[in-house]
Ligand binder design. Structure first.
Ligand SMILES: C=C(O[C@@H]1C=C(C(=O)O)C=C[C@H]1O)C(=O)O
Length: 273
């Protein structure tokens, strides 16, 4: 059981509101189990079994319950009430801190709209991050296809309810890995953290390399002479020079052999086909 919320992960949570009193088995979700209480009566069971607690958007301003939740000493995810302002939302984090619990993560959970949807407010998410300095998650349970947008906007992780399908969880995890690698420059301080960060960058690289190979294959089929025979070294030099502007530390000299290997792999793939 993890005691602090890992950033850049998809956290799944369980609400006890529909089934008051029964904390579900920890293996219901892979990863730490975050639980939303229905009432204060649920807190002892949550303290025993859960990795963290969710202050739900429906009762964010039930100050007594918020205080009691904070006193458990577990990490707390504070969802924004569907019509709560930034000040009201951040105020709930302050309540937790006043109870001696600083392990507070915020979660933008959307504003109820005239369409009866909740619409994620990414502007508010960014403002909450800037104002509080705390990690801010986005609850994409209502529309998991918004996961890339939330990550690109700076969400530190995503929250998904357990009713999300496996496909939706996969979309959210992919968004965290791929878009997170592009949107966020990480500064890990331990070996495992640094390796996890590299794994995310490699995941994004793999997707881009595969896509690049496909496009290079299209070019081969469109050129009068394709494959190794039609190799265009001037074009290759130009693309390395353009890349070096975005990768100035690597520079053209170090990029050239990398791109040579990438280009040759693409040409071999095209010829095998
Ligand atoms: C894709 C092309 O064919 C070859 C492969 C290249 C690549 O993978 O980027 C670049 C130049 C050519 O040697 C092209 O001519 O653009």
């Amino acid at each position: 059981m993890t005691s602090t919320l890992e950033p850049r992960t998809v956290t799944r949570w369980v609400s006890l509101r529909p089934h008051h009193g029964r904390v579900p088995a920890e293996d219901l979700v892979d990863g730490p189990l975050y639980v939303e209480p229905f009432s204060a009566a649920d807190l002892p069971a949550i303290a025993e079994r859960a990795a963290g607690v969710v202050v739900g958007s429906a009762w964010m301003q039930d100050f007594q319950l918020v205080r009691a939740v904070a006193r458990l000493g577990l990490p707390v995810i504070v969802q924004r009430g569907h019509s709560a302002t930034l000040e009201e939302w951040l105020g709930i984090a302050d309540y937790c801190v006043a109870e001696g619990n600083d392990q507070v993560v915020l979660c933008e959970s959307g504003t109820r709209t005239h369409l009866s949807h909740v619409a994620l407010d990414l502007t508010l998410l960014r403002a909450a991050k800037a104002r509080s300095g705390r990690p801010v998650l986005a609850d994409v349970s209502g529309d998991p296809s918004l996961a890339p947008a939330a990550i690109a906007a700076g969400a530190d992780g995503l929250l998904l309810s357990p009713s999300a399908s496996d496909a939706e969880v996969a979309v959210a995890r992919e968004a965290v890995a791929l878009f997170g690698a592009l949107a966020v420059r990480e500064s890990p301080s331990t070996l495992p953290e640094a390796r996890e960060a590299i794994d995310r960058v490699d995941a994004a690289l793999a997707v881009l390399l595969e896509r690049r190979a496909e496009l290079a294959g299209v070019v081969q089929s469109l050129k009068p002479v394709g494959g190794f025979a039609g190799r265009d070294m001037e074009r290759e030099r130009q693309l390395v020079a353009a890349m070096a502007e975005r990768a100035p530390k690597l520079g053209a000299e170090r990029l050239a052999p990398i791109m040579n290997a990438v280009i040759e792999a693409g040409l071999r793939l095209a010829e095998e086909r």
